[in-house]
Design a protein around this ligand. Structure first.
Ligand SMILES: NC(=O)c1ccc[n+]([C@@H]2O[C@H](COP(=O)([O-])OP(=O)(O)OC[C@H]3O[C@@H](n4cnc5c(N)ncnc54)[C@H](O)[C@@H]3O)[C@@H](O)[C@H]2O)c1
Length: 370
């Protein structure tokens, strides 16, 4: 394959300070390929234009320049409406898409004809999601911190100190979903002294969690009856479920909020897949919370963007090997687990869960990629 022109645009989502690649990885990429970086794309993460230039990249003034010159675009978050018209059929866009959360995004990318490769649906040999994992670690840890913070009275919470003090019991935290986000949230909440209840539908996973936490948390099978039963006893709930590629299942309905104590806190990390509480709507770092029926909701869809120093390095580390492969092979020669990331191709939706989320036509990639 001839060398590619690879573009790194500046992220435009609210308070999104991450950038897709560090200068260190650009150095390795620029040996073979031409790398175009938008002016100031890295400053939010602590990387100057000069650092990218020294790494071998060319700095261009605008986002339009990036899309006009590059055929492979590497990003962090899904394109926003103002970016749709920049995306053309010849582009490969490699980023987080979370298509199932937005029909508008799905249809726009399908109509663009571009190849959209979603970090969050690429799998490894064991079925794990290697490019989502580091961001889930960050979001899970942040979720624990945010849960504790928003319980504070001046933040709108009920005023319970997460870890309690001598003679006064700690807060109780319910975590729905015991994957990467849920486990990291549990680690942080446990470390702060909370009582932690972790729910999952996968019994094998509950066994693993019991072993990992050495019995220091309570694990519960995530049935609707169990969630209802415990909801009146907890102060903070972290939503951390995932059904790969699909819209998140709604585990707490609006009527269930009345079971909760006033000013309890819901943190919906699964908001990027549509949210696992019926009352979830996406919020921003600028305006992160809102109240429904006396319960405080936090639902920021780009939580890791708040800690770009950590998140950019963690993301760039895992995406880089995939990017190198993508830039050096035709799509049809990519490994099958990598191909699971291709959600749209040549005007077709090639991810079944995404197509099903909006009753759109699903076309298996093997039928159209020669
Ligand atoms: N808001 C953000 O900034 C942000 C950042 C990173 C990840 N996320 C999101 O967090 C969510 C969780 O990600 P993850 O990496 O932990 O996923 P994961 O696959 O590691 O874990 C998901 C867990 O949910 C469980 N689950 C599925 N359906 C369930 C149900 N009905 N009830 C209870 N448990 C159920 C699964 O068994 C699994 O253990 C995803 O939606 C992901 O996109 C959000």
């Amino acid at each position: 394959m001839p060398p590619m022109v690879i573009g790194i645009p500046k992220e435009i989502k609210n308070n999104e300070y991450r950038v897709s690649l560090t200068p260190e990885h650009v150095t390795a990429l620029a040996v073979t390929h031409k790398v175009i970086v938008q002016h100031n794309a890295g400053v939010g993460s602590g990387f100057t234009n000069q650092a990218y230039e020294q790494a071998g990249a060319t700095i261009v003034p605008s986002i339009e320049d990036v899309y006009a010159q590059a055929s492979l675009i590497i990003k962090v978050k899904e394109p926003l409406a103002e970016e749709y018209s920049l995306i053309q059929a010849h582009h490969i866009i490699f980023t987080f898409f979370h298509f199932a959360a937005s029909k508008e995004l799905t249809v726009s990318m399908q109509q663009s004809g571009a190849t959209c490769i979603a970090y969050e649906t690429i799998e490894d040999e064991s079925g794990r999601l290697p490019l989502l994992e580091p961001m889930s670690e960050v979001a899970g840890r942040l979720a624990g911190q945010q849960g504790a913070k928003y319980l504070e009275k001046p933040q709108g919470g009920s005023g319970i100190l997460i870890g309690g003090v001598t003679g006064v019991p700690p807060a109780k935290a319910m975590i729905l979903g015991g994957g990467v986000v849920g486990t990291n949230a549990a680690d942080v909440l446990l470390g702060m002294g909370a009582d932690v209840l972790l729910f999952d539908i996968n019994e094998k996973r509950l066994d693993e969690l019991n072993a990992y936490f050495e019995g220091k948390i309570i694990t519960v099978l995530a049935t609707n009856d169990h969630i209802r039963e415990y909801l009146s006893h907890v102060d903070v709930v972290i939503g951390a479920v995932l059904v790969k590629g699909a819209k998140a299942p709604k585990l707490i309905s609006k009527d269930m909020l009345s079971l909760m104590r006033p000013q309890s806190v819901l943190v919906d990390v699964a908001v990027d897949q549509g949210g696992c509480f019926e009352t979830t709507r996406p919020t921003t770092h600028e305006n992160p919370t809102y109240i429904v029926d006396g319960v405080l909701h936090y639902a920021v869809a780009n939580m890791p963007g708040a800690v770009p120093y950590t998140s950019t390095k963690a993301l760039s580390r895992v995406t880089f090997p995939y990017l190198m492969e993508l830039a050096s092979k035709p799509l049809n020669q990519l490994d099958d687990n990598f191909k699971k990331g291709i959600n749209t191709y040549n005007g077709y939706i090639t991810n079944k869960e995404v197509a099903n989320a909006f009753q759109l036509l699903y076309t298996p990639l093997v039928n159209i990629l020669d």
